[in-house]
Write a protein that binds this ligand. Structure first.
Ligand SMILES: Nc1ncnc2c1ncn2[C@@H]1O[C@H](COP(=O)(O)OP(=O)(O)OP(=O)(O)O)[C@@H](O)[C@H]1O
Length: 312
């Protein structure tokens, strides 16, 4: 690892944080998988890590777990190096395709992991919380993809960790399992635990995270509440039917960042829809069928992660 200077302030922030990353970099040959990430997660936060394929989410999770060594920068978990935090049972993880044993039963696997920790929760409780009590006697090679995910969740929970790291936890789950999973997760987070989860499901981020961190090409491009990240992407869309409208008149409206015109129908994205609307009605008082909608997280995601391919 390259030497980096750690300021006393950085030390103090790291000591009080659940996760503290500063100047973090990981390159694979020419690929800048993680390219200068600074991130501080406070105890009790539930944070969604979003980004398109290859954005660096899994690499970031691996770095926090100490599974990969950074080329530069610093990782600390509750003020400790990742390996120490894991040895203390402070961190639980559910990774994409994390290995399960084919010949052991679900109950045996969870018990085995529990035996590695100093203060595990009872195995039956981990099985219950993860919704796999009924699968306790089933062998690893007899589980469906979604069931395997829930067993991985039981394994992650059994150390009774303060921080859970989840890499696309619901990827193989059907709608019902997904709902149950988040229900269990909310029971877990309501006790003040910290969760960082990588996901491709924007609605999961919208519904379950306090904070959204959006990555693109190894960097954080947005970080804030769902509402803040949406706002970053240009606010709202305004649609209306505007007799006599011209392209120049739309382009001149205040706050407009993008627009489309089809006949008398206009659809504009605006950073200040109140201002746009007032100006529109002043210039075109006969405008009608006006609709204003907040841009969804999906809109923000697409706009903030656009052009990724051309920049890699
Ligand atoms: N072990 C590795 N060797 C070489 N390149 C790697 C390795 N791990 C990751 N990469 C590359 O680093 C970049 C970031 O990958 P990463 O898996 O962190 O992205 P991600 O955001 O988790 O993507 P996805 O959503 O597809 O899981 C990608 O270009 C990937 O190909």
């Amino acid at each position: 690892m390259n030497a980096i200077e750690i300021s006393p302030r950085d030390d103090a922030v790291a000591a009080g944080a659940a996760v503290h990353l500063s100047g973090l970099r990981k390159h694979y040959g020419d690929v800048h998988a993680v390219d200068g990430v600074d991130l501080t997660i406070a105890p009790g936060e539930v944070v969604a890590l979003l980004g398109p394929n290859g954005a660096g989410k899994s690499t970031t999770v691996d770095l926090i777990l100490g599974l990969t060594r950074p080329d530069a920068g610093r990782v600390s978990v509750f003020g400790k190096a990742p390996s120490d935090a894991i040895a203390h049972g402070t961190v639980g993880a559910m990774l994409q395709g994390g290995a399960l044993l084919d010949d052991a039963t679900v109950g045996e696997m969870v018990a085995m992991v529990a035996s590695l920790h100093r203060k595990p929760m009872p195995v039956a409780e981990a099985l219950r919380r993860a919704g796999v009590e009924e699968l306790a006697g089933r062998r690893g090679n007899k589980l469906s993809g979604g069931q395997k995910q829930r067993v991985r969740f039981a394994v992650a929970l059994v150390s009774d960790p303060d921080l859970l790291l989840l890499d696309e936890p619901t990827a193989a789950m059907d709608v019902g399992s997904r709902r149950e999973f988040w229900h269990s997760m909310q029971a877990f987070t309501s006790t003040g635990r910290t969760v960082l989860f990588a996901t491709h499901y924007l609605e999961e981020a919208e519904e379950f995270a306090d904070r959204v961190v959006l990555m693109r090409a190894g960097r954080i491009v947005a970080d804030g509440s769902v509402a803040q990240v949406r706002a970053l992407a240009g606010g709202r869309t305004l649609r209306a039917v505007v007799p006599g409208i011209t392209e120049a008149a739309v382009a001149d409206l205040p706050g407009v960042t993008e627009y489309q015109i089809r006949g008398a129908q206009i659809a504009v994205s605006s950073s200040d829809s109140d201002k746009t609307l007032r100006a529109l009605l002043e210039a075109f008082p006969t405008a009608h069928d006006i609709e204003i909608a907040a841009i969804g997280l999906e809109g923000a995601f697409l706009s903030l992660t656009a052009d990724e391919e051309s920049e890699r």
